[in-house]
Design a protein around this ligand. Structure first.
Ligand code: ADP
Ligand code: MG
Length: 269
């Protein structure tokens, strides 16, 4: 992506980041061991890896929801002290209130921060339009499909106009068709908003379809780092092209069972 000078600026930096969990009556668990990573401004980075490899832990540190046990996490060169509306997080489980309408859910964060009513209304309208929920403002979560709830969760974050978007397995709980269409929506939204994005997923295809860079997290560290060269907007058919499936195979070989299991030695006399 050398056509965009912005991509050369570092937005987020992890320097020698380690994370160790103390556990009751068990040895401490080291999840991350001295991870170094930079995320380019306005880039879309995905972190893939097997379940339990520490993906959420890493993302939560960037969100400011977890602190590293060693090293540091910086945004614009400043250490992260805690969560901020500047770094919006979309979780796998949607953070929406069942007793509030779509509009009231999306405006909640703005209301908390004292944004005046008129501005709130305009911003909510703008972001509901972006996620294609115009006309559904008055509905309650129970009246929405899983895909629509996910759109609400995305609007809730984007309405704060964050500088960084963090996504943790955002479409993991959705059915296949809804997931594919929301991936396409997210690609479109990201292209319009162009905010620095870090997504964690176990879904290699999702990572490749959306990102401009994918890193593999395994055994406590980053094991593979690849630039995704596909132009945007990315059509659905891209998923079946050899250049896509080859990269998918390559990533699979880095995180799949073959990468994880030690060689089997048989018949040791
Ligand atoms: P992933 O998102 O890649 O599936 P996580 O980051 O959620 O992995 O977890 C990595 C490992 O750390 C897992 O073994 C998990 O059980 C463990 N872990 C996560 N949070 C805690 C915690 N607060 N205390 C103890 N262990 C934890
Ligand atoms: Mg996770």
């Amino acid at each position: 992506m050398s056509d965009n000078g912005d991509l050369d600026r570092t937005k987020i930096e992890l320097r020698g980041v380690g994370k160790r969990f103390e556990r009751h009556r068990q040895e401490p668990l080291t999840v991350l061991d001295s991870v170094d990573l930079t995320v380019a401004e306005k880039g879309f980075l995905s972190i893939v890896g097997p379940s339990g490899s520490g993906k959420s832990t890493l993302l939560f540190m960037i969100a400011g929801l977890e602190a590293p046990t060693s090293g540091e996490v910086l945004v614009e060169g400043q250490p992260i002290k805690g969560p901020s509306a500047d770094r919006g997080v979309v979780f796998q489980e949607d953070a929406i209130f069942p007793w509030r309408t779509v509009r009231r859910n999306v405006e909640y964060g703005l209301a908390l921060r004292g944004v005046p009513k008129q501005e709130r209304r305009e911003r909510v309208d703008r972001y509901l339009e972006l996620v294609k929920l115009t006309g559904f403002e008055g509905l309650y979560p129970r009246q929405l499909s899983g895909g629509m709830k996910k759109r609400v969760a995305i609007a809730e974050v984007l309405v704060n106009e964050p500088q960084v978007l963090l996504l943790d397995e955002p479409f993991g709980a959705l059915d296949y068709v809804t997931k594919i269409s929301l991936q396409e929506e997210l690609g479109r939204i990201w292209q319009r908003a162009r905010l620095t994005t870090v997504m964690v997923t176990h879904d290699i295809e999702e990572a490749l379809f959306l990102s401009d860079r994918v890193v593999v997290l395994r055994d406590g560290g980053l094991r593979y780092d690849v630039t995704v060269p596909f132009e945007r907007p990315r059509p659905h058919e891209l998923r079946n092209e050899p250049r896509f499936t080859e990269l998918k195979e390559r990533l699979w070989s880095e995180i799949g069972p073959a990468a994880r299991s030690a060689p089997v030695v048989e018949n040791q006399a």
